[in-house]
Design a protein around this ligand. Structure first.
Ligand SMILES: [Zn+2]
Length: 402
């Protein structure tokens, strides 16, 4: 290959610890002020094992801070479509898990359990020895009080043996957690330490080998939070390096909106003696897929509606201060538009500023007649409905691109 850029990593490969690889893409974001995470990173592929990840200049402590202060998972107050789709996704996961665990009294731990929705679905399927772990104390008290499920405040980087008072688990569940973790090997070692011998680990993550197949908007899958891009091979490599043997691995899809499916890969892995840990099997298939995905994103990163807004210089309010907007502000001319305010339903975002422009709750629009520009990868339908429900008469434009 002639145009490969090999560089030394800022963050060693989280699977094999190799320190160099190929740069596939550089992703930038316009982040709210005081945001703990870096404003850009390279998407890289490890030259040794093939794993694709964000070569972030941040560290685990920065990500811990981000999830503590900026997390959208705490009391997400998801509405409409988002809630229905999230519910369906968790029903499927609960079915997948319960088809594997016959013993209803098995000791089960859900790590990163948020408000306990998955645990509740397992409880409804008859499991009676359920435990949760989440860094958010308000989520944990909600689970303890509302769902009567034993849950503890904590994260993957604490001494889990003492958090759970030396309790060991038959089954540990991590759904859509590992794509967020900076230090994967410490995380999986900590899980190893609270599993019983022969205990089972259930891991579910986005399937990066199918980003292209489930294309949504340009660079959708490169957000500030998802810093590991797994496929079936890298998920297997991570676990086999750390004392687990693969039982099964499968793929699935779920709706993130009415129109959009999202690809996931999930596997069951049995804890074995670490002496039996296997070597990694390098695989570069995912890197190839992600390169194609990047090509398509680059080609589609064209937004005529943004160009018109720049030309007209009309004062606008941008509804949506999430990943889509933070990417558009850097990768398109959205930042050149005459934005007077951002609006977002997420209370964690309200009050912050992006590019010195404040983020307000949607209620501010009741006394504002400016053009509303909807900027959201998957929730534009929900936002349009909310605007109607609020009785707003403002003109609306949705940023869709070509
Ligand atoms: Zn590697």
């Amino acid at each position: 290959m002639t145009n490969q850029t090999i560089k030394p990593f800022l963050r060693c490969c989280p699977i094999c610890s190799n320190d160099e690889g190929e740069v596939l893409h550089t992703q930038s974001f316009s982040l709210p002020n005081e945001h703990p995470l870096p404003i850009s990173y390279d998407v890289v592929a490890c030259s040794k094992c093939g794993f694709v990840f964000a070569d972030s200049s941040g560290h685990q402590k920065d990500y811990d801070l981000f999830y503590k202060d900026f997390s959208k998972y705490e009391y997400s107050k998801m509405e409409g479509e988002g809630l229905i789709n999230d519910n369906k996704k968790l029903e499927r996961t609960a079915d997948d898990i319960s088809s594997f665990i016959e013993d209803k009294s098995a000791n089960i731990l859900d790590v990163g359990c948020a408000e306990g929705d998955l645990l509740l679905k397992l409880k409804n399927r008859g499991y009676n020895n359920l435990n949760g772990l989440d860094p958010s104390s308000s989520c944990i008290s909600y689970i303890n009080n509302e769902h009567k499920i034993d849950a503890h405040v904590g994260g993957l980087f604490e001494n889990l043996t003492s958090v759970f008072n030396k309790k060991e688990f038959d089954f540990v569940i991590l759904t859509h957690v590992f794509e967020h973790i900076y230090d994967l090997s410490t995380a999986i070692q900590n899980i190893y330490s609270v599993l019983k011998d022969d205990g089972i680990l259930y891991l579910e993550v986005p399937d990066a080998s199918r980003y292209l197949e489930y294309y949504i908007v340009p660079f959708y899958y490169f957000d500030i939070e998802h810093i590991n891009h797994f496929d079936e091979h890298s998920l297997t490599n991570l676990t086999s390096m750390n004392g687990f043997e693969r039982i099964s691995i499968e793929k699935k899809e779920f709706n993130v909106s009415e129109q959009n499916l999202y690809p996931a890969v999930y596997g069951l892995f049995r804890k074995v003696d670490k002496k039996n840990s296997l070597k990694i099997c390098p695989n570069f298939g995912c890197k190839k897929q992600i390169k194609e995905y990047i090509k398509k994103s680059q080609k589609s990163n064209v937004f005529p509606e943004i160009d018109s807004l720049v030309d007209s210089n009309e004062e606008i309010v941008v509804w949506g201060a999430g990943s889509y907007t933070t990417r558009l502000l850097e990768n398109t001319d959205l930042g050149k538009c005459n934005i007077i305010a951002f609006v977002d339903s997420d209370p964690h975002k309200q009050g912050s500023e992006i590019k010195n422009i404040k983020i307000y709750p949607p209620s501010i629009l009741k006394k504002c007649s400016k053009l509303i520009v909807i900027s959201s990868a998957i929730y534009s339908n929900d936002i349009t409905k909310q605007i109607k429900k609020m009785g707003l008469k403002n003109d609306i434009i949705i940023i869709k691109g070509l």
